[in-house]
Design a protein. Structure first.
Length: 311
């Protein structure tokens, strides 16, 4: 599923960065990087990804070699990217949302910007959003890890492998209790937490209330009970996925964000709902390496009779 003009926004060291979603393969959480005798500013180590070693870079150090590094968390997050068949990773603190930057206010560009790691600055939530020039990152990876690239020439030159990558669909994965779900990344606007939900009365229990998201009123939907789970208890630190499908937005209650993953369409098994539960929101299931992910349909959620009067 192509996502032209869509960018993956993340935060790292307190600053916002974005990269094209089309180049995002997956988001990983790992405990340790694979160490290497190769040393240079901005190289964190390798990530073991699909039985290959992907070099991981620290964008904050690449942009400013004098940056003071803070202690790294035990579990590190990495967004794995691909360009021209080459895999590499960027360290992130947190995925924020996917956005379309075409109409955003930005800084002026010039010819020199094309050679820099940051080639444009946008206004985002009243802060600066740095657009990463992944071509410049690719040049760094290609030049610095030439031995690594030569060892993987067969993978890079395999046209059928590249075609399969193009066919893959990206899913934003999350958890509700012990179950894992996936949404098409192109339908995910952002992840929010710390927002209060204004309750509504005399409405179905799945409609938890309304969220004021920077002046936009969004209905908050909870699919837990329809999945045979306990109704979510709403606290100040609850997480919500803001979903957009067509002209409509909605907030979906979740417990935790998992990661972004890619799957081939043929991996999705139809009719894979939760056993003994008739669920109109699940359109299929993916089973891979003892992991089961239920596919949620934004279209089915937004067309639910429950939401008819609120979106």
């Amino acid at each position: 599923m192509k996502a032209a003009n869509k960018y993956f926004v993340f935060i790292f060291y307190g600053l916002f960065y974005c990269v094209p979603i089309d180049n995002v393969v997956e988001v990983l959480q790992i405990e340790e990087f694979v160490s290497s005798p190769l040393k240079f500013q901005g190289f964190s180590g390798y990530a073991d990804f699909r039985n290959k070693l992907a070099p991981v870079l620290n964008i904050a150090v690449l942009v400013d070699n004098a940056v003071i590094l803070k202690p790294q968390p035990k579990i590190k997050s990495v967004v794995i990217m691909q360009i021209s068949g080459q895999m590499f990773g960027l360290q992130i603190d947190k995925f924020i949302e996917s956005i379309d930057i075409d109409e955003m206010v930005s800084s002026e560009t010039n010819e020199e910007a094309n050679k820099k790691i940051i080639d444009k600055i946008y206004k985002f939530r009243n802060q600066a959003l740095a657009k990463i020039n992944i071509s410049a990152i690719f040049d760094i990876v290609k030049q610095t890890f030439s031995d690594y690239n030569e060892k993987n020439d067969n993978d890079i030159s395999d046209d059928s492998s590249v075609e399969r990558e193009k066919e893959e669909m990206e899913l934003f994965c999350f958890k509700i209790e012990n179950l894992k779900f996936g949404l098409p990344i192109t339908d995910v606007l952002e992840i929010i937490e710390g927002y209060s939900v204004a309750p509504l009365f005399n409405v179905p229990s799945a409609l938890r209330g309304l969220i004021n998201l920077r002046g936009q009123i969004i209905a908050c939907f909870d699919i837990s009970e329809s999945l045979g789970l306990t109704k979510r208890t709403l606290f100040d630190n609850n997480k919500f996925i803001i979903i957009q499908h067509g002209d409509y937005d909605i907030g979906l209650c979740i417990d935790a964000v998992a990661k972004i993953k890619r799957f081939l369409p043929e991996e999705i098994q139809s009719g894979g709902g939760i056993p003994n539960i008739s669920n109109e929101f699940i359109t299929g299931v993916i089973e891979r390496q003892n992991e089961r992910i239920f596919i949620i349909s934004p279209k089915n959620i937004l067309k639910s009779k429950i939401l008819a009067d609120y979106i």
